[in-house]
Design a protein around this ligand. Sequence first.
Ligand code: DC
Length: 219
Amino acid sequence: MYTAIAVDGPAGAGKSTAAKRIAKALSYFYIDSGALFRAVTLKAIQRGIDMSDTLGIIHMMKDTVIDFKDEKVYLDGKDVSVEIRSNNVSANSSYPAMISEVRDVVADIQREISKTRNVVADGRDIGTTIFPDAKIKFFMIASVEERAKRRLLELNASGKNYELRDMIEQINKRDRIDSTRVVSPLKKADDAIEIDTDGKTIDDVVSEMLDYIDKRLNK
Ligand code: DC
């Protein structure tokens, strides 16, 4: 049996940075589940499929192959690691994530990977749905202002010029959709450890998480 570590939480709570660093420290495989939903979103946008066209998105999934290789995300054989980070993809990614057929495909990809290696997976439903038996579960939180600021730094570093208030609005909207959807909503697993990242450096957060993992794995 391989070990799974779940890192869940809302957008911008620092999950991916922390999960990536933990995976590296432990030599585990890092699964960025949000990237899988983002790849689906990108393809729907490229095909001109409306986000409300559930049947169109389900149909599109039939000839869609998403894969991770060398920390890159491949959509139908093409590296889309950069394109899936655009603001347009971020703003729309909660919609395909509401569709249970899409979630099933994304769940299968993750469970397949975990059959042959130890994983750290980050997302919204890892501890509740994807790996409910994960040995270690974290739920990362931060205020909406802090999360919006982090997102803004990321986007504006790539030459864009977004406003903080627009980012707060977008994050609030995604939180609402992610937390209230019927299938696998964003929710803290009962046995998850909550990590509040407000005002902490990423180094502090990662070392707090690694300390906890060390205790749990060596118990
Ligand atoms: O973590 P992220 O911002 O890259 O996620 C992109 C979108 O995917 C997010 O709006 C919600 C969705 N998502 C999800 O529903 N379940 C997950 N396990 C991961 C992401």
